[in-house]
Design a protein around this ligand. Sequence first.
Ligand SMILES: Cc1ncc(COP(=O)(O)O)c(C=O)c1O
Length: 311
Amino acid sequence: MMESNGKIWLNGSFVDWNQAKIHVLTHALHYATGVFEGIRCYKTVNGPAIFRLSDHMQRLIDSGRIYFMDLGYTRERLERAAIDTVKANGMQECYIRPIAYYGYGKMGVNPMPNKVSVAIAVWKWDEYLKAGSAGGGEEKGARLMISSWTRIDIRAMPMHAKATANYANSALARVEAIKAGFDEAIMLNASGHVVEASAENIFIVKNGTIVTPPTTSGALAGITRDSMLTLAKENEIPVQIRDISRDELYLADEVFLTGTAAEVKPVSEIDNRKIGSGNVGETTKRLRSIFETVVSGKDKKFSKIWLTPVN
Ligand SMILES: Cc1ncc(COP(=O)(O)O)c(C=O)c1O
């Protein structure tokens, strides 16, 4: 259960956590007409700071735009609301969940007659995708399987939108993986190419180059993915954006996932095949450590560009 004593920002003002309620005939509940974000606030050397806040709020607005959904707030206003919500809850570090959705009014598939609501909640969300230990102190990454579910085709849904509707597909894959004893699922697209995990982007490392699928595969244009690509280039780690086949995963030297909730997560096994040595790879470790330096406010260049102080 989640903690229930905080405040949630709802349509411009704060309400008590337990009072942030919606009607059962809310359009988004029935027809998945919502768009959302996941953002992290980190405890940095200069106090709490939100990672890539503008980029996340811009993606929220863009997601809405794809669905003809006018959020009714500027990006700056949404940024301010996120900062205020972190402050109102006295958080040093947390996960931030903005959501915009069509509300209660008129049922039927067409959402347009309904009002759009916007909410922002924050909570503590530490270990999202557990990485285990092999015993003997060696860190183990996650165990993944290829889902039997195909990732939503870009001809069926606009996958640049981070829409609630996309997550029924993700949940099917995630539940399938968990029931089969794995930590997470990797999804392929209708052409059989690797897309992403149920809620993270995917990277492979082969001969020192990091490779990730293009967003035209159907993968979300992840902000952690973009941060990884930028930080790899900055540190002279070669980068490729291209299609990846299923068997390339098995032969990769390293595999890791990226996402706001999961951060940088090493992968040790896919479909019961060991990836590389089966331990966390050197490039993954290096990139994770660079990422941690940035989000803890200790990187001279990127901490300044990507972190918005709360106070
Ligand atoms: C399907 C999917 N892919 C990728 C990501 C990673 O995106 P980001 O790094 O912006 O959190 C997420 C998480 O938001 C996701 O849900």
